[in-house]
Design a protein around this ligand. Structure first.
Ligand SMILES: NC(=O)c1ccc[n+]([C@@H]2O[C@H](COP(=O)([O-])OP(=O)(O)OC[C@H]3O[C@@H](n4cnc5c(N)ncnc54)[C@H](OP(=O)(O)O)[C@@H]3O)[C@@H](O)[C@H]2O)c1
Length: 318
């Protein structure tokens, strides 16, 4: 089968499209004929090996040569002990543990997969698992009249997070680069901030909830941006910022009646199924920037990693 591989960390130039043996499902695993895999920032981080947490699975060289975790496709074969799926079933899920979605076939643990809703195409379904799980959990405290800010809101997760917070009546501010301001407004953001021109932690009415997808500032800046009783949660960004939030942040927050912490994202179908239902019902919109083939994966990863994509970039290996 054809697969996109990388044997060392680096830019898009280290990726190659090659023929490799089709994987076989071990016990508890499912072999999926991949129809679509959406690109996440975590794929770019896995390619470049940066931030440092991206090397947890391989310090010097990538442990999984083929990236791509948000897969959607058709079950081709199942390993021993698999009970929920059979060949021919349409499935989707976040295969963060084994990756391998930028290929014609991928193996995934049965527990990572769910039946694909009939109302979604494979490309649409592939946009949901990882970004959806983060967006649902990251906006769980959004409520009517609360001021919510999403930092990095023009990306895959932010696209869902803005809409989820707006649905419950929150006032939503989206922060991202200048090319994404109109895009964030089109998703319902009440206010938008270009992070290269303005520091959202200064001179603004404070926020009740901040979901930070790209934490780079100091704990004290985040605390300053929070209203009393407010909550700040980050899921990605620099290791230094995240460690500080975990340590100094939780203490500094508690002392001033605010909560600062890292969002420990629960994964698996139970974590993204509700968003798929909302998408099928038309209550939340899926935005796809473009669909590309395996040969265009290097450019697709760069497009996401360099913040140029308006919506999800999806790879269709066939
Ligand atoms: N905790 C977990 O379990 C878990 C699991 C998976 C993923 N994640 C994390 O979740 C995060 C979100 O992923 P995603 O796929 O939604 O990312 P994405 O689609 O790439 O969106 C991130 C957006 O943030 C912007 N950005 C970068 N630096 C910024 C800054 N300093 N201020 C404001 N905006 C900035 C980017 O644009 P520019 O690049 O142009 O600035 C981009 O538009 C990633 O950090 C990823 O590592 C966490």
């Amino acid at each position: 089968m054809r697969a996109v591989v990388h044997e060392r960390y680096g830019g898009p130039e280290v990726l190659r499209v090659v023929d490799v043996p089709t994987p076989r499902p071990a016990a508890g695993q499912v072999l999926v004929r991949v129809e679509a895999t959406s690109v996440n920032l975590s794929d770019w981080e896995g390619l470049t090996g940066s931030p440092a947490y991206a090397r947890l699975a391989g310090l010097r060289a990538p442990r999984r040569p083929t990236l791509g975790s948000d897969i959607a496709g058709t079950v081709e074969a199942v390993g021993a002990g698999v009970t929920r799926f059979a060949p021919g079933d349409e499935v989707y899920g976040d295969n963060l543990e084994l990756m391998g979605g930028f290929a014609e076939y991928a193996v995934a643990p049965e527990k990572a997969l769910a039946a694909k809703p009939a109302g979604l195409t494979s490309a649409e379904a592939s946009t949901i698992p990882q970004a959806g799980a983060i967006a649902l959990q990251g906006t769980a405290l959004a409520a009517d009249g609360r001021r919510v800010l999403v930092n990095g809101a023009g990306g895959g997760t932010g696209t869902f997070a803005i809409q989820l917070a707006k649905r419950v009546g929150a006032h939503v501010t989206g922060v991202d680069n200048e090319h994404k301001l109109a895009f964030m407004r089109s998703l319902g953001a009440d206010d938008v901030v270009d992070y290269r021109r303005e520091d959202f932690t200064r001179g603004r009415e404070p926020y009740d909830l901040i979901l930070d997808l790209v934490a780079h500032r100091s704990v004290f800046a985040y605390r300053r941006a929070l209203a009393p009783g407010g909550t700040y949660r980050c899921v990605g960004g620099s290791v230094r910022s995240m460690l500080r939030v975990l340590t100094v942040g939780s203490l500094a927050g508690r002392l001033t009646g605010r909560s600062l912490g890292v969002l420990m994202v629960r994964q698996g179908p139970a974590s993204f199924g509700t968003l798929a239902d909302l998408c099928v019902a038309g209550d939340v919109e899926i935005r796809i920037d473009r669909v590309v083939g395996l040969d265009e994966v290097p450019e697709a990863l760069a497009r996401v990693g360099e913040g140029r994509a308006l919506g999800k970039v999806v790879v269709a290996p066939r």
